[in-house]
Design a protein around this ligand. Structure first.
Ligand code: 6GU
Length: 243
């Protein structure tokens, strides 16, 4: 997979991209992550990328020209078309199903905005899908882009050491993950549940299912409800793209 990220703060990505799974996936050639600075496409002496909103109001808006020029440059860096995503709080909420969907693409082009948002003509002309990572406001789309990259890359074949470890993750089964324990057997008087030491794999699997269900009921009952509705409702939206 190739992931292009357009941002005015490429340095922000250095640390998250250079540890652990994301680092190894890049080194192994599983993913190629390319950062391009939108500010390099500003045309005035001050490298201006934002301006006041027409109609008044607080804050600044990302200007269309630097974003368009940057996008057109990035697009030509590789022959694949790419799925274009604008990170904005106005987008569809990101979740594990979306991560799985995006992990099947050959190329993603993520555009991180700052300020009060993008000039609307950017979204319209790039025919970009909009994604938000949750119902709260961040100072920019960079952290959201990093979260999406992390969630997507760990799903790519070969990115995790153990191919099974993504399958049991919370949300991939619509349940939260069951409790995990490692050595020692007793820590500060707290014992590992006997069943996990029993060697009975059938019973262990049953216990884990029960625990996952219990946890989900307790802290995320909405996931169980959603799960029951999935079979009833047909998903037919267009992922926030223009028709
Ligand atoms: Cl993608 N951007 C910003 N600025 N805030 C957010 C977000 C994105 N997702 C949730 N909040």
């Amino acid at each position: 997979m190739r992931i292009d990220i357009l941002t005015i703060f490429p340095e922000m990505f250095q640390s998250p991209l250079n540890y652990s799974i994301l680092k190894r996936a890049q080194e192994a050639g599983i993913v190629d992550i390319v950062l391009t600075n939108i500010r390099d496409f500003a045309t005035d002496n001050y490298k201006k990328v934002d301006d006041k909103p027409y109609g008044g109001g607080p804050g600044m808006v990302m200007m269309p020209q630097p974003v368009f020029d940057c996008f057109e440059y990035v697009k030509k860096l590789s022959p694949q078309k790419g799925r274009v995503i604008l990170l904005t709080p106005q987008g569809q909420k990101f979740n594990q199903a979306k991560a799985v969907e995006l992990s099947k693409e050959e190329r993603l082009i993520l555009i991180a905005g700052r300020y009060e948002g993008f000039d609307e003509r950017i979204r319209i002309a790039l025919d970009a899908e909009q994604i938000s990572i949750g119902d709260y406001v961040l100072s920019g789309g960079e952290l959201a882009a990093m979260i999406i990259v992390d969630a997507v890359v760990r799903l790519l074949s070969g990115a995790l050491g153990d191919e099974n470890s993504a399958k049991d993750d919370s949300f991939s089964t619509s349940l939260l993950e069951y409790p995990q324990y490692t050595r020692p057997e007793v820590f500060r008087g707290m014992k590992v549940p006997d069943i996990l030491l029993s060697g009975n794999h059938g019973k262990i699997a049953q216990w884990r299912r029960d625990q996952a269900l219990e946890r989900t009921k307790k802290s995320r009952p909405d996931l169980l409800e959603k799960n029951m509705n999935v079979s009833k409702t047909k998903k037919g939206d267009n992922n926030g793209k223009r028709n």
